[in-house]
Design a protein around this ligand. Structure first.
Ligand code: F6P
Length: 357
């Protein structure tokens, strides 16, 4: 009987369970009876040999369940060759667990860092298949990751709710969405929520331009403004500093997060009421939407197919409307950023949305 290991790694997101269900169903269809071992809390489970032998029932009724039935954790790739706090060498320990269970393949549901580790394990000789998880949609090589659209839905709902109260009270609101390095959620939710200003990590902003949009709206009789800013939105003057100085400057900030800083800067010359709203981890929570349930189920079926074909070392991806796969080593270590000159940014600008640039 074939034996497979499965784990969910990194920040959680919607549709992790739906993806595992898809893989389990696909494997069952292609191989008949299989043994699936679920590693608990991501790579930690593989390191310490903490796992659960999954029963078919474990994958039942979880298509619409948020979170992950296996638990997750972050084991940073850059610390992979450093031992754990209790002195365990991570990579040899993971290989040992894999071999002890005599696995035919390890299935990794994870984002950028997790897929780098998956690639490393493949290079170490394990059979590995990756599935692209993250609300950020920033995995290079795939047009879509599971979790993204559900997060966009949550963020859009948050903007919708802020919109009505902002309008009632004639307030400026800065809504902060997730995304430290990339702004996909912010761009999509910003457009979906009718934001007036969208601030992305990829497009450093000039606060004067942001204020100009508020003033212009005031003159038009629109007394409220919605600014949607990514966690990693960055002012122009800081973005142009060399990397080391930029990091030091950002670390100096005493604000809880960027939205508070942006709000304060607006208050310096704006007499109206400026407020902050943070949907935070709600963006990763709750049930996956229909889109994510579909894409994750398709990803799961594809993963099973790759395993049947012994086509290991691959990441399942969605490219040009097709579910396909690319080598893990091709994507490892690369991020998919929002191109400031892409069509969607141009369209958003033609709708009158300011990017503060
Ligand atoms: O990568 C997913 C993500 O939700 C990012 O958008 C966010 O910046 C980060 O994780 C938050 O991480 P944590 O849950 O560790 O606070």
């Amino acid at each position: 009987m074939k034996r497979f290991g499965m784990l969910t790694s990194g920040g959680d997101c919607q549709a992790l369970n739906a993806t595992m269900r898809g893989v389990a169903k696909g494997l069952e269809t292609l191989f008949g009876n299989v043994e699936i071992y679920g590693f608990l809390d991501g790579y930690k489970g593989l390191i310490y040999g903490n796992y659960k032998k999954m029963k078919p029932m474990d994958f039942s009724g979880i298509l619409s369940k948020g979170g992950t039935i296996l638990g997750t954790s972050r084991v940073p790739f850059k610390e992979l060759d450093n031992p754990t706090e209790d002195g365990v060498d991570k990579v040899p320990a993971m290989i040992k667990t894999y071999k002890k269970l005599d696995l035919d393949c390890l299935i990794v549901l994870g984002g950028n860092g997790s897929q780098k580790t998956a690639n490393r394990l493949y290079q170490e000789g394990l059979n590995v298949i990756g599935l692209p998880k993250t609300i950020d949609n920033d995995i290079w090589g795939t047009d879509m990751t599971f979790g993204f659209y559900s997060a966009v839905d949550v963020a859009t709902h948050a903007i919708d709710c802020i919109y009505t109260t902002a309008e009632s009270h004639s307030r400026v609101f800065v809504v902060e969405t997730m995304g430290h390095k990339v702004g996909w959620i912010t761009l999509y939710a910003g457009v979906a929520g009718g934001a007036d200003v969208i601030l992305l990590p990829e497009i450093p902003y000039d606060i004067k331009k942001v204020k100009k949009t508020i003033d212009k709206r005031m003159k038009q009789g629109k007394k409220f403004t919605i600014i949607v800013a990514a966690e990693g939105a960055i002012p122009k003057e800081i973005a142009k500093l060399p990397k080391k100085e930029r990091k030091a400057k950002l670390a100096e900030s005493t604000y809880p997060s960027v939205a508070y800083e942006i709000a304060d800067k607006i208050r310096e010359s704006f007499a109206g009421d400026v407020r902050v709203a943070l949907p935070g981890h709600t963006q990763r929570g709750g049930a996956p939407d229909a889109y994510d349930r579909i894409i994750s189920s398709r990803f799961g079926a594809k993963a099973a197919e790759l395993i049947r074909d012994e086509d290991f070392g691959k990441l399942v991806v969605y490219l040009n409307n097709e579910v396909t796969a690319i080598p893990l080593e091709e994507t490892a270590g690369k991020l998919k950023y929002v191109d400031p000159d892409c069509q969607m940014i141009k369209e958003a600008k033609s709708l009158g949305i300011s990017f503060g640039d």
